[in-house]
Write a protein that binds this ligand. Structure first.
Ligand SMILES: Cc1cc2nc3c(=O)[nH]c(=O)nc-3n(C[C@H](O)[C@H](O)[C@H](O)COP(=O)(O)O)c2cc1C
Length: 176
């Protein structure tokens, strides 16, 4: 028999909460935001979404440009996730502060992050206001992976902000 726990505690037990660095650009202003609200909405077409609170500087940039890039993170990017999740692009240049390098994509003007192992270029097709975030649903336009990247090296996919820990993708356990 299961015991009832607070909804927030229940959510923390689920294997959700991926972490990404989402890069964006409008009129030459580049920015990066750490994002836990990410979802795959459709296979064909490939639609993904990121939930961004309207108070974020990135919200304006994504809204105005209609583009963003989802960049996966690994253990080398923990500090960058902290910086991009605490500082606002209104006040600082997060590429400089987090020592990240913008790289030109092929389909959108928003930059890829060179240090990220996997980057997906997206164009916004819909905005959905839900609760305290706006979901920018984007159609994936192009995907990039670092040469020789082996995803079993581990990507960060769980963030338990409340106890202050990041977790990475676990071990291979069974064949599909
Ligand atoms: C691990 C982590 C995940 C986060 N996830 C989100 C998210 O999904 N959506 C969001 O709006 N803010 C999220 N935040 C908070 C923003 O990253 C943070 O407010 C950031 O400073 C906003 O930057 P900006 O003003 O330059 O856009 C997260 C922060 C951290 C550390």
């Amino acid at each position: 028999m299961k015991k009832e726990i607070a909804v927030g505690d229940g959510l923390r037990q689920l294997p959700i909460r991926p972490i990404y660095l989402v890069s964006c650009q409008h009129k030459g202003k580049k920015n990066i935001i750490s994002v836990g609200m990410f979802a795959l909405f459709s296979g064909k077409p490939t639609l993904v979404g990121v939930g961004i609170a309207p108070s974020r500087y990135s919200y304006d940039l994504i809204r105005k440009s209609g583009e963003y890039v989802v960049n996966a993170v690994d253990e080398n990017l923990v500090e960058a996730v902290r910086i991009c999740g605490e500082k606002s692009g209104k006040e600082v240049d997060k590429f400089k502060l987090a020592k990240l390098t913008p790289e030109k994509g092929i389909k959108v003007n928003a930059p890829l992050i060179k240090e990220s192992p996997v980057s997906i270029e997206c164009k916004v097709i819909r905005e959905v206001e839900v609760g305290d975030h706006v979901w920018f649903i984007g159609e994936a336009q192009a995907a990039h992976v670092r040469e020789n990247y082996d995803w079993s090296d581990g990507l960060m996919f769980k963030w338990i902000g409340e106890d202050g820990f990041f977790y990475e993708v676990g071990e291979k356990i069974a064949k599909y």
